[in-house]
Design a protein around this ligand. Structure first.
Ligand code: IPM
Ligand code: MN
Length: 351
């Protein structure tokens, strides 16, 4: 019996989460696993009403769950940074979800902004470090508000943190069993402390994986290759900030935020799965947002829980719907409402 903590969140979060839960229900009937859900109202909305973010007792409660399914958090009426750090990053850090796993897979060339790229050309996974780097929040102001002001933002990289991420990436590449190639994406030519540690750790760990081919790409060049030669990539491992940036580009080449899903993973603890787009305030309540990213996140969650067949069946159903039904992956242009798009996936799963 899986216990799934559901955080619908803000904006279109609740709308897409409902569709993901429909897919999970259909998959549970088909594959015979049991689960229960409990809803948590962490959100910008709740913050505006009560001033509450995620606190330590919330974290303790969430630790009792098998996984967390998150819609989106963020409200335009809250100053930028508060919900991000107080809810999303708080959960990632407090639950030590040190991997952010972001598959970049094109399901239908019609939805790719790149000319002549086919699904077989865009099929890679970014393993983003999710607990350190610039996201650590270390730094200071000096002489704040004066003309001599200095703002320092530190990228904090520990050997243990870097190594566990790199090891995960090697193991993942082996398990994925595609091209068996792992690319380290960094900036060794300029960020000579952090990326020296990353490169050394990568090279050392690589020795234990003779079956995996390794490669290195600077982050700026990586963005170029995402556009020019995405077929070069199998698995990419990178730090928190670079991973954040390149996965937005990754989302676009796979068809947009409507399809991009990710997992915040603690391999030894509680992981959290989410569509990687935000709360999309302008589409809220209109029943036009694309739920596929959230449904894919649900599939990733099941796969991660060990329900591999169920997770893959959800992905296969999404692929079928994306290829045979949807006119576009963009909100309002699918040719179907959010609810109808979710129903199409369920129908497919029921077959
Ligand atoms: C993401 C988002 C978050 C991040 C924000 C909302 C804090 O952009 O999940 O990629 O920067 O990690
Ligand atoms: Mn991001």
């Amino acid at each position: 019996m899986y216990r799934i903590a559901v955080i619908p969140g803000d904006g279109t979060g609740p709308e897409v989460v409902i569709e993901g839960l429909k897919a999970i229900e259909a998959a549970s009937k088909k594959f015979g696993f049991k689960y229960e859900t409990k809803e948590f109202d962490f959100s910008g909305q709740r913050y505006l009403k009560t001033g509450k973010l995620v606190d330590d007792s919330d974290v303790a409660e969430l630790k009792k769950y098998s996984a967390i399914y998150l819609g989106a958090v963020g409200d335009p009426n809250v100053k930028p940074g508060i919900i991000e750090t107080g809810v999303l990053l708080k959960l990632r850090f407090a639950l030590d979800q040190y991997i952010n796993l972001r598959p970049v897979k094109l399901y239908n060339s019609a939805f790719c902004p790149l000319k002549d790229k086919k699904p077989e050309d865009i099929d890679f996974v970014v393993v983003r470090e999710n607990s350190e780097g610039l996201y650590k929040g270390m730094g200071e102001f000096k002489d704040k508000g004066t003309k001599n002001e200095v703002a320092i933002q530190v990228s904090y990289n520990t050997r243990l943190g870097v190594e566990r991420c790199i090891r995960y990436a090697f193991e993942f590449t082996r398990r994925r069993n595609k091209r068996k190639k792992l690319t380290l994406c960094g900036k060794t030519n300029v960020l000579t402390f952090a990326w020296d540690l990353w490169q050394r750790t990568f090279d050392e760990v690589a020795k234990e994986y003779p079956d995996i081919a390794t490669d290195y790409a600077h982050v700026d060049a990586t963005t170029m290759w995402f556009v020019k030669n995405p077929e070069w990539f199998d698995v990419i491992v990178t730090d928190n900030m670079f991973g954040d940036i390149i996965t937005d580009l990754g989302a676009m080449i796979q068809g947009g935020m409507g399809i991009a899903a990710g997992g915040n993973i603690n391999p030894e603890g509680v992981s959290m799965f989410e569509p990687i787009g935000g709360s999309a305030p302008k589409y809220t309540g209109k029943n036009i947002i694309n739920p596929m990213a959230a449904i894919c996140a649900a599939g990733m969650m099941l796969e991660n829980l060990g329900e591999v067949k169920a997770g893959r069946a959800i992905e296969a159903a999404v692929i079928k719907v994306v290829n045979s039904k949807l006119k576009s992956l963009a909100a309002g242009k699918m040719g179907y409402s959010t609810t109808e798009a979710g129903d199409l996936v369920v129908e497919r799963l029921d077959k």
